[in-house]
Structures are given as structure tokens and as C-alpha cells.
Design a protein around this ligand. Structure first.
Ligand code: GUN
Length: 284
């Protein structure tokens, strides 16, 4: 049996269409156009691609976007001053500071400086804490996008074995929490995990967020599992490749996300959703 493809472009378009029509209604009712500030520091080519996609999505759904491109040599003080200015700018409803930041800047210091109500990435400890107790305004964009993709398959998560590979603050940890909120039985695997393949073989839903090309092989996957590949690995030949060995795993899975065209577009769609939520909360 060959797996069904989960079409991230299509699901993300549905989310963006919904945000677009709700944005038009919001602008009509309030006279306010939602605004997203997108901050990029330095010249990382991948970050540049992401930031361009985020600005393009803003235009698609009817938001204003404000780009702040700062040089690689920017000091922490300078970046914190910009964040403070954006915190106090009423035209800016969401602040997105593209990670990673250059090594002279402490990422946590910057995340902590963003006003929680403008933290559309949901990286601030206040928002992280709210997610943990299940009472939140914003969900982190990539895990929220993964939930939409799983839902698009019609899979009921309740009671299922869900395995997340990776424990980053951006993806793995919040991903596990969202699956838990939906009553999944969640296991988080990481670099020190013993019997990783065996644990993965028990997964009804497997989310790979490792950052290693082709890490999940066919023998690690249960027949009929739903496979979500968060990986974005650039190979030496320039090709983009996920964390999952697609050719092997598609022979066993019931559903699988491609890379590119799976999780990537969802992250940006959920950022749009968060930015509209932020604009509404700030203008109640
Ligand atoms: N770098 C990698 N993923 C993300 C993300 O979701 N948000 C931000 N701001 N930076 C990132």
C-alpha cells in the first residue's frame, strides 16, 4: 500500500483563505489593518527565504508588514531597542524576530523582551506557560500547523500512540503538549533515547523534528501510521530533504507529508492566524 500525501499547500491555503476573509471583516468593523513586524538580523540565506515568504503571506491575507533588516554586527542592545520601539508601536500587532540570531545576541533575552500580546511565535515564557496549562491565545506556528495537517487526514488523536522525535523549544516540546491536549499518549524521543526504532514502530502518529536528513527509515514505521516530517535539511546538491526517508516510509504509512510542500507552508499560515488574533486582542 502506498501512503496518501498530505498536501500542505492546499491545507495552508484553506487556513490563509479563512484568515483573509476574517481580516476583511475585522478591517471593515474596526478600520484597523493588522500589522506584522518582521525582524531579520544578518545574512543567513534560509532566514532570508523564510522572511520573504512571511512578508508575501501578509500581503496575501491583507496585513501590513514592516521589515527590519539589521546587519550581522548588530548588538543585543540595538536589537532590544528595536523590540521596545515595536512593542510601543500601535501599527504593529505582531513581532516576529527570525531565529537563529548572530552569536553576540542572546536569543532568550530578545524573546523575553517581546510583549507577550505581540509574541505571534508564542516563544515568550508567558505564552509557553499558558500553552502548558491549555489556556492560550497563540500556539507556536509549526506545531499548530502540524495539528491542522493531522486533522486534515481525519485521524482521531485521542488515545493514539504519538511519538515526537526532537525536543526543541520551537517544535518538539510544544508539539508534544498539543498532542497531549488532544488526548494522545505522547512519547518524546531525542538524541539520548534508547531503543528509538522500537518506540517509533509503536507510533500511530509520528512527528519527526530532528534536523537530520533521512533519519526515519522504513523499518522504524508501523504499517498505517500517520507521518509528519518537520525536517528542512539542505543537501550538498542543494536539494531540500526532510527527516524522513520518503521512498521507504511511503510504502508503510497511511498518510505522509512531503518536503517541501508539507509542514513548511503551514508554519506561515499559522503565523498569519496568530497575527490576526493579536490584532483583535489589542483592539477589543
Ligand atoms: N526559525 C526557525 N523557525 C522559526 C519560527 O517559527 N519563528 C522564528 N521567528 N524563527 C524561526
Amino acid at each position: 500500500m502506498m501512503a496518501n500525501l498530505i498536501n500542505g499547500k492546499e491545507v495552508s491555503k484553506n487556513v490563509k483563505d479563512r484568515v483573509k476573509s476574517e481580516t476583511a471583516e475585522f478591517i471593515n468593523a474596526s478600520g484597523i489593518t493588522p500589522g506584522l513586524a518582521v525582524v531579520i538580523v544578518g545574512n543567513d540565506p534560509a532566514s532570508r527565504v523564510y522572511v520573504n515568504s512571511k512578508k508575501k503571506a501578509c500581503a496575501e491575507v491583507g496585513f501590513n508588514s514592516y521589515e527590519y533588516a539589521l546587519p550581522e554586527t548588530t548588538t543585543q542592545q540595538e536589537l532590544l531597542e528595536l523590540v521596545e520601539k515595536l512593542n510601543n508601536d500601535p501599527k504593529v500587532n505582531g513581532i516576529l524576530c527570525q531565529l537563529p540570531l548572530p552569536s553576540q545576541i542572546d536569543e532568550n533575552a530578545v524573546i523575553n523582551a517581546i510583549k507577550p500580546e505581540k509574541d505571534v511565535d508564542a516563544f515568550h515564557p508567558f505564552n509557553v506557560g499558558k500553552i502548558m496549562i491549555g489556556e492560550y491565545s497563540f500556539l507556536p506556528c509549526t506545531p499548530a500547523g502540524v495539528m491542522e495537517l493531522i486533522d486534515s487526514t481525519g485521524t482521531d488523536i485521542s488515545g493514539k500512540n504519538c511519538v515526537v522525535i526532537g525536543r526543541s523549544n520551537i517544535v518538539g516540546k510544544p508539539m508534544a503538549m498539543l498532542l497531549l491536549h488532544r488526548n494522545g499518549t505522547v512519547t518524546i524521543c531525542h538524541s539520548r533515547t534508547r531503543n528509538l526504532a522500537e518506540i517509533c514502530r509503536n507510533a500511530d502518529i509520528l512527528v519527526a523534528a530532528v534536523g537530520k536528513a533521512n533519519f526515519v527509515t522504513g523499518d522504524m514505521v508501523k504499517d498505517g501510521a500517520v507521518i509528519i516530517d518537520v525536517g528542512m535539511n539542505r543537501l550538498e546538491n542543494g536539494k531540500l530533504c526532510g527527516d524522513v526517508n520518503f521512498e521507504e516510509v511511503e510504502k508503510k504509512a497511511s498518510y505522509i507529508t512531503p518536503v517541501p510542500g508539507g509542514v513548511g507552508p503551514m508554519t506561515i499560515a499559522m503565523l498569519m492566524k496568530n497575527t490576526l488574533t493579536a490584532a483583535k486582542l489589542q483592539n477589543k
